[in-house]
Design a protein around this ligand. Sequence first.
Ligand code: ADP
Length: 307
Amino acid sequence: MKEVSVLAPASVANVVCGFDCLGFALAAPFDEMNLRLINEKTVRIINQDDHNLPTEPEKNVAGVALSAILDEIGDEIGFEVKITKHIKPGSGLGSSSASAVGAVVAANKLLSERFSRMELAEFALKGEFLASQGRHADNVAPCLYGGFTLVRSVFPLDIVEIEFPKLFVTVIHPQIEIKTSEARKILPAQVPLKSAIHAWANVGALIAALSKGDYGLIARSLEDLIVEPVRKSLIPHFDEVKNASLKANALGGGISGSGPSIFMLSETLETADAVKQAMCEVYENTKIEFNTYVSEINSEGVKILDK
Ligand code: ADP
């Protein structure tokens, strides 16, 4: 096989109480990527969208991830990657992880599945490092594995797949920019023990609730006293969107990644659509442009397209 195309999904990291460890994949939006083997030990990037991302491999997460694979295999081959990005960079929807994971999954297909999923996660993390300046796997893991994941540890990498019931996700992406670095700067350096207890109790309860399909407990566990109270100030009308969504019967939700996207989980598609309507009503009264997405949690992760 000389050429392969993949769809790499957006993902929601943090998931309210699971800062830097929980994440899930979305069915939409996703990036389209096409990878071709070439006879030169290099990575060639062709962007087929309007995001003006760098084409130098060392400045593009897909390029860094693919270069890591080339360094590992040592063969005289390379990759040409065409990227059509539908997940806006800096949206808080795992745009950089989608590129990193899509690239390594496609490369592995061209290399006759030479690497394990955990090895692919390591290559993708090298790419993701470029965007986040840290070893963060909470978008990489769900994009690669699909579904709901928990990153128990990044050194060594330990990814836990979590069972979950039918869940629908509504996302609103206000078209404003929040730099992940800025969103990190405002985080508290220390956390009172009381808040920490609250957080790990909620994470434990959320995992149990997802596994049991206990929607009431999912709703009660989607609570965060540490990050949301400080970060929500970066997102206009956050409280209004959240309150309107809960009124429309969302189970709960909060900031997606480091924002500005906001996500809400719902038990049914009808509720998720009603939540979208409620979110739109809040933002239609502002001058801020926005996109919305309604999708199921994507249990598959990156999808390899059959020719
Ligand atoms: P998001 O929160 O949507 O995942 P990130 O903050 O993780 O966005 O990543 C966006 C940053 O990564 C931007 O500064 C962007 O220029 C950089 N970047 C480099 N390569 C890519 C790529 N292939 N896809 C997306 N972002 C990339």
